[in-house]
Design a binder for this molecule. Structure first.
Ligand SMILES: NC(=O)c1ccc[n+]([C@@H]2O[C@H](COP(=O)([O-])OP(=O)(O)OC[C@H]3O[C@@H](n4cnc5c(N)ncnc54)[C@H](OP(=O)(O)O)[C@@H]3O)[C@@H](O)[C@H]2O)c1
Length: 337
């Protein structure tokens, strides 16, 4: 039997994505073959499609770090999941999610309540795991605290806002003006980062600043300004480099250097970053299970920006490059339709 997979044959723009047809992969003894229903599309995918970064695969490779699907075949040593079960997983830095089938280690799979929409469930995987880890493991927020979320209309940003609301936080968030209605619907106070000085706005709105800033934008100026928006005792959590989209790869070393300098800065504030989400398997599984339960209970409601057929992955990347959408773009396979 054959399946389709989207391959990056060489680095470049969206048109380097090619659909290939090939034999189904066979699971090893500790692996499971999953028939994919939905795969997330992320800013990280765009970055490694166009640029060679340390620790990322060499072409040809398949993008896609988060999937939801149905267990299709289990390896000889696997007893934790059964054929027909719906599961979610982070695929790791090697990707592989833009496909109809994937083989993954059984330890990466977390059961998904079968009544959930696979496209909504896949939004929870990388975005909400990142948000939950940043908010609870790294920033260790407490009810009643004030937070500032940059890119709050984006996939991770909106996840942070929803989890912040659940945790009883007062939320401010930066977004383009056309996303402000959506930001307000998340329970956050919007700040237009294009026309307003967010440090000044935060001072005006809060007096002494916020307890935590979540910064997926990166770059020296941005991170120093995020740090300035903190009150004494506040925590800056840096976890992404969205600024590379306009400023290029130099944002990465600049962000790492800035994080190091901010850690040394006096002033009773902390500069932190998030851990690798899959390093601690027990925590990864427990957190993902908790988030899927919150979804099933209707306590979180991820916004699917657009559902795009897998074979139209080029269109999905063009949409991400253009921007101007809110929520997460999801690829769906024929099996989900
Ligand atoms: N460390 C991790 O484990 C991890 C995991 C997942 C993602 N990330 C990182 O998190 C970042 C965001 O990912 P995502 O999937 O949420 O992306 P996304 O859905 O594309 O959202 C990005 C958002 O950033 C906003 N934005 C762009 N420049 C901005 C600026 N200067 N100030 C404020 N907002 C700005 C855009 O808002 P408007 O459209 O409103 O302008 C957009 O909504 C990426 O850098 C990604 O690599 C890290």
């Amino acid at each position: 039997m054959k399946h389709r997979r989207v391959v990056v044959g060489r680095r470049g723009g969206p048109d380097v994505l090619q659909v290939v047809e090939e034999d189904l992969p066979r699971p090893r003894a500790d692996e499971v073959r999953v028939k994919i229903l939905a795969a997330g599309v992320s800013a990280y995918d765009l970055m490694i499609r166009s640029h060679r970064l340390p620790g990322t695969p060499r072409p040809p490779f398949t993008l896609g770090v988060d999937v939801v699907g149905v267990v299709d075949e289990v390896g000889a040593e696997v007893s934790t999941v059964a054929t027909g079960q719906t599961v979610a997983a982070l695929t790791g830095f090697d990707g592989g999610g833009y496909a109809e089938f994937i083989c993954l280690p059984a330890a990466a799979l977390v059961p998904v309540p079968p009544e959930l929409d696979p496209a909504e469930a896949v939004c929870v995987v990388a975005n909400y795991l990142t948000a939950h880890t940043a908010m609870h493991a790294t920033a260790a927020v407490r009810s009643g605290e004030r937070i500032l979320i940059h890119g709050v209309a984006g996939g991770v940003g909106s996840a942070l806002a929803e989890l912040g609301r659940e945790a009883g936080l007062e939320i401010y968030g930066t977004a383009s003006r056309h996303n402000h209605e959506f930001v307000s619907s998340l329970g956050a106070t919007p700040i237009d980062y294009r026309t307003e000085d967010f440090v000044e706005r935060i001072r005006d709105l809060t007096g002494d600043g916020v307890d935590a800033v979540f910064d997926p934008i990166g770059g020296a100026r941005q991170m120093w300004r995020s740090y300035r928006a903190l009150r004494k005792g506040g925590r800056l959590v840096w976890f992404g480099v969205a600024a590379t989209k306009h400023k290029g790869l130099r944002v990465i070393p600049a962000s790492l250097l800035t994080l190091g300098l901010l850690k040394l800065a006096p002033g009773g504030k902390q500069a932190l970053t998030t851990p690798d989400l899959q390093k601690d398997n027990a925590r990864y599984r427990a957190t993902l299970a908790l988030l899927l339960d919150l979804l099933a209970a209707g306590k979180i409601k991820p916004l699917v920006a657009e559902r795009i057929p897998l074979v139209e992955a080029i269109r999905a990347h063009e949409l991400l490059e253009r921007g101007g959408y809110a929520g997460k773009v999801v690829l769906v396979t024929d099996a989900a339709r």
